[in-house]
Design a protein around this ligand. Sequence first.
Ligand code: FPP
Length: 234
Amino acid sequence: MPASIPRHVAIIMDGNGRWAKQRGKIRTEGHLEGAKSITRMLEAAGNAGVEYITVYAFSTENWKRPPAEVSFLMNLIPKFCKDKLPELMKNGIRLRVIGRIDGLPKAAQEALKNACEKSAANNKLTFTIALNYGGRAEIIDAVNTILADKNRPADQKVTEEEFRNYLYAPDIPDPDLLIRTGGEKRISNFLLWELSYAELYVTDVLWPDFDEAEFQKALAAFGSRQRRFGEVKP
Ligand code: FPP
């Protein structure tokens, strides 16, 4: 058991396409398998006592993918919500979403709204899906909401504490650990503000192969890190 458990784990679920290619399958088969991996990971997170999980499922840049892949992922959202809801309810998992949700197809928006509402009182684990999400977009959206906020004096300087309140999910604590599967060593426009002090863990394991044992390895790596938050510690 690792010494300290991250309260919030963020995940860049990369490698679905490569997983499919290695098996002579089409890329979308990898996304289907990736959706199964989410179930396994939520169970592992719940068992470990992690309170928040945030996954990057579709970025503001992912619209540039081939149209068939984009529409597959968009159609997968309502199916994912419907299929996962019983399991969310059984395991006390609350679903939330972040991103420019109004840019998603209507069926996806409605299914997400329904699953978020139905699971709103669950309090064991909060599972947030980032959809049509970009870290820069989130910051720009926050800036524009501040500019449009008639209740704050226009000449009042913005502090970090105030700015945070304008992010998509201000009540969710910043991630302590970022896991990226698929081996690439970059943040890819994910949670740019929130990841400031997160520990980074990159594994070559492809997302569909990421299981409880791999999750435990990431937790063990986190447990061995010394977090200094810019201070000097003995
Ligand atoms: C990145 O792997 C993965 C994605 C952009 C999509 C992630 C989607 C899922 C895990 C399925 C669940 C989805 C929803 C919508 C609920 P990649 O395709 O870039 O992999 P590659 O780098 O090997 O090509």
